[in-house]
Structures are given as C-alpha cells and as structure tokens.
Design a protein around this ligand. Sequence first.
Ligand SMILES: [Zn+2]
Length: 401
Amino acid sequence: MKEKCFANGRIIDVEKGCLRPETEIWVEDGRITRLSRGQAPQDAVDLRGSVVLPGLFNVHTHIQFDSTPAGAVIYASQPRFTLSAVKNLRKYLDSGVTYIRDMGGADYVDLELRNMVREGLVPGPEMAASGKNLSATGGQSWQNGVEVDGKAACIRAVREQCKKDADWIKLMASGGSKTPRTSRYAPQFSLEEMQTVVEEANRLERGVAAHAMGGESARFAAMAGVTSIEHGYFLEEETLDLMAEKGIYYVPTLAISYFLRNNRGKPGVTEEMADKAERDLEVQRRSLLAARERGVVLCVGTDACSPYNDHDGTGHELAAMCECGLTAAEALRAATVNSAKLCGVFAERGSIAPGKRADFALFAENPLEDIAAITRCAAVIQNGKFAKNFVSAGENPQKND
Ligand SMILES: [Zn+2]
C-alpha cells in the first residue's frame, strides 16, 4: 500500500502535555511511518483546523449492557445483547475511542465480538475482553458471572475463562449497588482466594481487574497483587501505598457518580440518588488526589451502562477527573499513555509516534485549554482510514482513498 500523508493537523503530545505545530503524519499499512514538517505532498489529506490525539482508551466497558434511566439492562436474550453490543461499539468509535477493555458480560458475547471486530466484520474499537466475571456465590454480579468459592474453584474458573480465550480476569472483590444486600467495602473473597486468582491468572499470562469499591476489599485486592483496581471509591492509605509500590493501576470510573449528579431530577434519578452521587464524588475526589500524590497510575474507564452514562460518554470521565483537580494534560495521559500501558499495548498505541497504529481522534477545539472539548469528537481515523468523517462540509476531507 502506498504511503499516505495526513497534513496540517496539530498533534497533542500526550506524554509532554503540549500542542505541537502543524505536522504531517505519514501512514502505511495502518501504521505511522514518520512525522515531518513542511513536507506535505499535493495529495495529502488535509486536517487543517483539527487537534489530533491518539485514539482514546476506555478500559472499563460493558458493551452489551445498554444504559437506561433505570440503570443497566443486564437481563436480556443473547440476540438482544449482541445487537446492543454492535450498536455500542459504534458509539465508542464515534466518540474517538479506538481501544476498549471490556469488563464482563453474559454468554461470551464480548469475546465473539472482539474477534469479529478484528476480522473486520463489525466496526468497532480494538478490544480486550474478560468473558464472565468471577463472583463469590451470591456476590456482586453473580447473575452473569461464574460463582466460585475456595481455592480449587478459583483455579478452575480462571482456567475456564482462559480456555474461552478471555484476555483479562475480572474479579468481583466487593459488592456494589447492582447486587442487593452486598457491601461496598467488605471483601467478598478471602485474601487467599484473591491471591489464588491472581497467581493462576498471571501463570496463564492474564492480568486481573478487581471490582473493589474500596475499604478492605480494595486492600485485599492490592495485597493479592491485582493488575488494576476498578472503582476504588474509598481507598485507604495502606491500599494506596501498596498500589504505588506494586504498580497497580487505578480506574476510578468517576463517570457513574458524575452522570447521576448531573442528571438530578431527570427520569430515574431521585434526589436521594443525586445526593448520594454528590457525596460519592467527594470521596472519590479525595482518593483520586491521594493516588496521584503517590504516583499511582490513573486510567480512564467509564463503566458505561449506569444511568445516563452511555457508551459515547468517555470524554466525560476526563471532564470529571479535571473537576476533581487533575490537569487536562493528566486526564489526557490517563486516557492514552497510562491506559495503553495497563492494557500492555503501549508499543502499538497510546501516542502518536512512528511504528504505532494510525488511530487518531480529531477535535475542533483544544482539550488542553478546555477539557470539555474532548466530549465533542469531530472525526476518527482508524488504521489510517476514516472510521468517522467530519460532519460539516467544510474544507476538511470526507473520503478515504
Ligand atoms: Zn463494571
């Protein structure tokens, strides 16, 4: 394939957190070959007026669960789950997300769709998937997961998910609002069970993502050495120290509380729910800033499917991070470099550099100046081709050649 040139776009250097002058990005076979200045050929694709970011990440998704004002639709038939997933994959792509890490669903729809996206049969971001989550009997999300109790069952369940070709093991370390009469902070597995899951998953070259709302459940997960802690609303000092020391990633999923608070009074969101979300956000803010202070690596995941938290809302997680006190540059790094490292794909993705995938998210305004710009993705290039074209008929190109 002939080398193609995307010219006149202004790249955000996500590692340094700055906007570069207009640059040419040369692409061949879906990869960046080189960057240049002032060398645009006549047939270059003109990206003038666009701010160019590497394709964004969302490392906590549930593609098959639809978001409704009443919450996620987690009981549905396989055809419905499958079609919802196809529709939601498109939403990620259209909002600038070119890599997702799916955190559990039903019937292994996620694993099949991951393969179909790779085969080019379904449009969507590149994805890693975790199959069925591991729950204690009656524990968080047992309805769609595998219920495991004791060391032998933990080993078997990890092996079973790997046999199905899951990329990640999702461990439900604590309860949460989706499962009645479960505690947010109490561990649902013994420390020994969590350690067993991590040991077996790592032996099979998989990471473990622990759903842990905080408190002792997150501490156990950190002690067990999981790869990432999901949610982590309330993180104790000891847990944060362990995360920093062991390099455990933090996916705070602020979007859940953020959207609830922002949609106070809308159908399905009572005053109590909005109040609680506001209180949660304050607790989350403290954990987030304490984590940042210790150098814990922060990533972007939205857990889309909770009320008003739809699959096209990844940018709002960055807005929520900034509201909590992160800089725009830090939020952008969380959505690119950091999340790419968590997913083990930084050699391929997460910044714009020679050798990497030509996946770009384009914006009309600079999100470094106003992070809200990140919620308005103008166009998306995936593997060097437009996956989403500019909408308005301006000077910008509309075609792939
Ligand atoms: Zn989740």
